[in-house]
Design a protein around this ligand. Structure first.
Ligand SMILES: Cc1cc2nc3c(=O)[nH]c(=O)nc-3n(C[C@H](O)[C@H](O)[C@H](O)COP(=O)(O)O)c2cc1C
Length: 396
């Protein structure tokens, strides 16, 4: 069997704080801290505890050249090599064990995608599974006498002023314009009306204006760029829309992929209405107000398309995250123009979105979830509308 170290690996010295009830009863504080090593590998979901001998051996095995296991075992303790193989941090090329081969395939696929190491580890290990933000808030308020704001204290000021007010060069306010009016009315919507469907016309218009390709340009043999209403790094538009439809006239509830060139939906899985709402809630880490949105869209970056050009590039991950921001702002404005409400959230359970749409996390990764729908006539959940553009200001 031939082995090598996995491609992308960071090792963190971590202090873990635990609680020892026995020590507390014995009159001590009960707080126990332990220091240890943790491996974060970009082809594995789990964080892997390591001992010092394993850390040292990882530094002695090439991530590139395949070496016979028996040759390495002459120079290093066999049991440490076995442990690292079992942990997936050393991969095997020609093992009989299907589990080991699967790990090696995942490592191989990652190499072929041209991730920058730091970004790869960050992406893999900041994904959520089964997170319930509402439950976390409930637990916080039960466990603490303080409100959240009391615990945080005052925020840094809204502006870092660099000169005194007398030294400023005042600029003119712009004239009224359609864009100005639209921007003024843009308010993140947390109140949707499930009793009314989004019309098919509005749905198609929003999808086209935000995600649709206006032109496909043959840039070079085998290289096509898309022209959209939003900018994208390299014109590649690696970020695609994976859609969960709950309530659109003439479109069955279910999961779809939006085809930006054909301006069409690709049906992936039909869902019963209740199942669609439940899945929507899981996508957005239990934020119930967003789960009511008529349409939810996972902004999914196809990393190999961006990284095809920006290989192992220090800025590539940042670029795909920026792409997602452009798309969501366009969705907000397009929805506002049609008197619909829109939202974006980064508090998402990526692992569940990947599973629902059948995505391999290091190839096609959800970066955020946005959505839109018909605004409710009553405000139940708070929205940030200090100028009263959507909701009438309360009478004083
Ligand atoms: C990157 C990003 C992440 C956000 N995540 C959440 C979220 O998890 N939950 C939520 O209710 N709103 C979320 N929002 C919406 C913001 O809370 C909202 O933009 C902010 O309150 C200001 O309100 P406005 O958009 O109406 O101006 C997010 C916005 C952005 C840009």
């Amino acid at each position: 069997m031939h082995i090598r170290r996995c491609a992308t690996l960071l090792i963190e010295p971590r202090e873990t704080i635990g609680f020892d009830l026995g020590a507390l009863l014995g009159g001590e504080t009960g707080v126990r801290t332990t220091l240890g090593w943790v491996a974060l590998a970009a082809h594995l979901d789990e964080e892997i505890p390591l001992d010092a001998a394993e850390v040292a051996l990882l530094g002695a095995v090439s991530p590139n050249a395949w070496v016979a296991f028996d040759d390495l075992a002459k120079k290093h303790p066999r049991e440490t090599l076995d442990a690292l193989l079992a942990k997936g941090l050393i991969v095997a090329q020609d093992s009989e064990d299907e589990h080991l081969l699967e790990r090696a395939r995942r490592d191989e696929a990652l190499r072929a995608t041209h991730w920058r190491d730091l970004a790869a580890v960050m992406h893999r290990h900041t994904r959520w599974k089964d997170v319930d933000t509402e439950e976390a808030e409930r637990r916080f308020s039960e466990a603490s006498e303080q409100t959240f704001l009391e615990r945080l204290g005052p925020s840094p000021p809204p502006v870092h002023e660099r000169v005194s007010s007398g030294q400023r060069i005042a600029l003119q306010r712009p004239h009224a314009s359609a864009l100005e009016e639209l921007s003024d009315r843009r308010v993140t919507c947390r109140n949707y009306d499930p009793s009314r469907a989004v019309s098919q016309d509005d749905f198609s218009a929003l999808m086209y204006r935000t995600f649709g390709a206006r032109v496909v340009s043959d840039y070079a043999p085998g290289v096509q760029l898309l022209k959209k209403g939003v900018p994208s790094a390299g014109g590649l538009h690696a970020t695609e829309a994976y859609v969960l439809v709950q309530n659109v006239e003439g479109v069955a509830p279910g999961l779809y992929h939006y085809h930006p060139v054909a301006h069409a939906l690709e049906p992936l899985r039909a869902l019963q209405p209740d199942a669609a709402t439940a899945l929507a809630k899981r996508f957005v880490a239990a934020q119930a107000y967003y789960a009511q949105a008529h349409v939810m869209i996972a902004l999914v970056s196809r990393f190999p398309r961006n990284f095809w050009k920006y290989r192992n590039h220090a800025k590539a991950y940042r670029a795909v995250v920026l792409d997602a921001g452009h798309l969501s702002q366009m969705l907000y404005l397009a929805a506002t123009e049609l008197n619909l409400g829109a939202f974006i959230t980064a508090a998402v359970n990526e692992a569940e979105i990947e599973q629902a749409f059948g995505l391999e996390p290091m190839e096609e990764g959800p970066l955020a979830v946005c959505g839109f729908g018909v605004r409710a006539s009553e405000k139940v959940t708070v929205e940030f509308d200090p100028a009263g553009k959507v909701w009438p200001a309360p009478r004083s």
